[in-house]
Design a binder for this molecule. Structure first.
Ligand code: ATP
Length: 382
């Protein structure tokens, strides 16, 4: 992957990923299948890390008749008492993530299936996740393609999706750009630069970063769900069905409010720099005439995922900007449940037209229920 550090552009090989489609050291699929062979499928427990979108995952699992298990490290779990319908039936607590990876025997005994959410792999770290020999609802091979920005770009561009242009030389900045630090999650430290001097003023050259076109427009985070098991609705050429369950827009501090101080330049003069730290989410809908484009993009991304690495299924999110020519630019894909689905625990303007009152968390459990019924549980677990 090409990254900048200081004024230099250089190549780094991400430690955890090789350049091919393989996840190095991934738990072999046949091991997961043999664990599933030992499971009582009438007695499945749905587990996830106590954070992010766990309330809706547990609430949805309970609706579908599953037992639920919260996984906690240092998490304060008292807040579940405030939400009895989403409180997990039990909580397992580990001292640290290494212990969590080792403590899998008791999960087998409870027929546990793990739902990875946005923070799950982020906090646990991909290295440990690859050693986590518990059935997880996702294709682990997708992580290679999501965590390496070059590979993510290769995937999305080859699916015909329009993405922000990338600048390889800061001296060529001739329009507003977004500077993103590697490993700075949730937009922390990202900044906008309008030209090279502006860039020089804000860059922390001890960190690796990338520069991309700043996409001016309205942000929409589109929450899709692809089911390889379903044979109705918006069907894909390869089979299966694509659903749009909801859309959100993120609240980001302090960029959403900085305009109250006048211009960004004014704010900077007072030592206040814009930042993109996610603090919450608000529901959104798209103008209806944009829906065909949105579906086409998502469809192509799913189809391409099967050609490149064996597929992406379940929930995923296209993070987009729509400009005033009504064109989408996708600046990121998240390949699992995103926290932006949280406003929709009891349904959404889109989910209600498919499964009234169902959240993405509920949809995940419905898929697992259907997979068990169709004897296809191994098709959606790795
Ligand atoms: P996460 O992993 O939580 O999605 P991240 O660290 O990968 O966060 P991004 O989602 O890429 O960060 O970006 C954070 C925010 O910065 C976005 O929500 C959006 O507001 C803004 N942003 C990112 N890229 C662009 C862009 N090219 N043009 C305009 N705004 C952008």
């Amino acid at each position: 992957m090409l990254v900048h550090k200081g004024d230099e552009l250089f190549m780094i090989t991400p430690k955890l990923f090789n350049r091919e489609t393989k996840w190095e050291g991934v738990v072999p699929k046949k091991k997961i299948d043999s664990i599933l062979d030992g499971y009582d499928l009438n007695n499945i427990t749905i587990a996830t890390l106590c954070s992010h979108s766990s309330l809706q995952i547990f609430h949805g699992a309970r609706k579908m008749g599953f037992r639920t298990l919260g996984i906690a490290i240092s998490h304060d779990t008292k807040y579940y008492d405030a939400f009895p319908l989403a409180k997990p039936d039990s909580i397992v607590r580990y001292d640290n993530f290494d212990d969590m990876v080792k403590g899998i025997e008791e999960l087998y005994a409870n027929n546990v299936i793990v739902i990875p959410h946005g923070s799950f792999i982020e906090y646990m770290g991909p290295r440990r996740f690859e050693d986590y020999a518990v059935p997880v609802y996702c294709n682990r091979a997708v992580l290679n393609w999501e965590f390496d920005r070059d590979m993510e770009r290769r995937w999305l561009i080859s699916a015909g999706v329009s993405m922000p242009r990338v600048f390889t030389d800061a001296k060529e900045i001739s329009e507003p750009v977004m500077v993103k630090y590697y490993g700075a999650k949730g937009g922390r430290g990202y900044f906008i630069a309008k030209d090279y001097p502006d860039f020089k003023m804000s860059i922390d050259s001890t960190m690796s970063y990338s520069i991309q076109e700043y996409c001016l427009g309205t942000r929409y985070y589109l929450h899709f769900f692809y089911s390889p098991l379903k044979d109705e609705g918006y069907k894909l050429n390869r089979g299966g069905s694509l659903e749009l369950l909801s859309i959100d827009r993120r609240d980001e501090s302090n960029i959403d409010e900085v305009y109250k101080l006048g211009s960004i330049e004014d704010a900077k003069r007072h030592g206040l720099y814009p930042s993109f730290v996610v603090t919450g989410n608000t529901p959104a809908v798209l103008r209806e005439s944009l829906l065909p484009k949105a579906f086409k993009m998502a469809e192509n991304v799913v189809e391409r995922s099967y050609e490149l690495f064996g597929g992406m299924w379940g929930p995923f999110c296209l993070e987009t900007v729509v400009n005033d020519r009504l064109e989408f630019k996708v600046f990121e894909i998240s390949t699992r449940i995103v926290a932006g689905t949280n406003p929709f625990i009891s349904g959404s303007p889109y989910a209600d037209l498919i499964y009234p009152g169902l959240s993405t968390g509920g949809r995940i459990s419905l898929e697992i229920r259907n997979a068990i019924k169709q004897c296809r549980i191994k098709d959606i677990m790795t």
